[in-house]
Ligand binder design. Structure first.
Ligand SMILES: NC(=O)c1ccc[n+]([C@@H]2O[C@H](COP(=O)([O-])OP(=O)(O)OC[C@H]3O[C@@H](n4cnc5c(N)ncnc54)[C@H](OP(=O)(O)O)[C@@H]3O)[C@@H](O)[C@H]2O)c1
Length: 331
């Protein structure tokens, strides 16, 4: 009798878990936003960072399919070359270029920007997609905590150095890929760049909050320039994102994500929507989820915090007064 009771409990628990999974799957299917814009991008140029895999690769592929010249900004040139071949083969667009960029090095960001400014006549779309999670808590060669540099300070410097070209090409767009986890940040601007800030997963949450605060402050400073800048959360997406997680945890998380949540193509839809859609014209400083504008957390809308982060970021990435002058010429 006791065994029968145990079996019943297990069966009820399994049924409840299956029902819950089914509801979650249906919810994900129904709510997944798809970019409906058919806009062509012939003659336009786009940069996508971290475009050798995952959401970045699917974003780059879509922009190439629309006819854009697409620059894949990647740190691993072998994987970048493989992504380039795949994108050219599947879209027929040969205007796909690879350029080296390591966002965890200020020197690499400067070299990349320099090459772009030398070689490109225009820049219509910049997608700051690349990010790393669960990186070791160490300082980079620039003395900045490496995850924060990869996910916020590097993209910050990159964007400022490319503003002049974006302005010359206006109307142009900047997309910063953030995450819903910005809501769980434990944020202190003064220690953000150090190894003393919050541990593990909270560093990633902090970086994703920094992404939105950057978008808010930059949008304010770019008012009237013809450049719009918005943040996007892609959803929960099966990519290589969990690669540095402990293997058992990684196995279960990846299994759950691939069964219940988005693939990389679905995950790229919000970035694509924000980069190309006619519906986004005139919208700046906003946060998008599933191709819809939604409100970011209260902290992400704190403009005093955004200004404080801006000031500290300009100092940490060593932007010169001359380089910052570009923002004064924006109106
Ligand atoms: N997947 C999700 O569920 C999810 C959810 C919310 C937000 N996001 C965001 O979506 C974006 C894309 O993530 P993903 O899921 O596609 O992850 P992914 O598959 O791990 O791809 C990340 C990309 O960023 C690149 N990258 C990492 N560190 C870099 C560095 N120092 N310099 C240059 N490139 C670097 C990676 O290059 P390598 O291959 O060389 O490492 C890779 O191309 C990220 O901003 C992430 O925060 C993802």
């Amino acid at each position: 009798m006791e065994v029968v009771g145990m079996v019943s409990v297990v069966l009820i628990a399994l049924s409840a878990a299956s029902l819950w999974a089914l509801i979650l799957k249906v919810h994900c299917r129904v709510t997944t936003g798809i970019c409906k814009s058919k806009r062509r991008l012939d003659g336009k140029t786009a940069i996508v960072t971290g475009a050798n895999t995952g959401i970045g690769k699917e974003t780059a592929k879509d922009l190439a399919w629309r006819g854009a010249r697409v620059i894949l900004a990647c740190r691993d040139m072998r994987r970048a070359a493989m992504a380039k071949d795949d994108i050219i083969n599947s879209t027929g667009n040969k205007q796909v270029i690879i350029q080296h960029l390591d966002l965890s090095s200020l020197e690499s960001v400067r070299k990349f920007s320099h090459r772009i400014l030398e070689s490109e006549k225009r820049l219509d779309i910049l997608v700051n997609n690349a990010a790393g999670s669960n990186l070791p808590n160490i300082l980079s060669d620039d003395g900045i905590q490496i995850e924060m540099q990869t996910n916020h300070f590097g993209p910050f410097l990159l964007t400022i150095l490319l503003l002049d070209l974006l302005k010359k090409t206006a109307p142009s767009r900047i997309v910063v890929v953030s995450s819903f986890v910005h809501k769980y940040a434990i944020f202190n601007v003064d220690t953000l760049h150090t190894t003393a800030q919050s541990s593990g997963i909270f560093r990633y949450c902090n970086a994703k909050l920094a992404n939105i605060l950057f978008v808010k402050e930059l949008a304010k400073r770019l008012e009237g320039s013809g450049i719009i800048v918005n943040a996007a959360h892609p959803g929960i997406v099966r990519t290589e994102f969990c690669r540095r997680f402990p293997s058992v945890f990684k196995f279960f998380v990846e299994l759950m994500i691939s069964t219940l949540f988005k693939n990389a193509q679905e995950g790229a839809q919000t970035s694509i929507h924000v980069a190309v859609s006619e519906d986004v014209e005139g919208i700046t400083g906003a946060y998008f989820v599933d191709c819809k504008e939604v409100q970011a957390s209260k902290q992400a809308r704190d403009m005093d915090l955004a200004k404080k982060l801006w000031d500290s970021s300009t100092k940490l990435v060593k932007l010169t007064d001359e380089e910052l002058k570009v923002l004064k010429k924006m109106k």
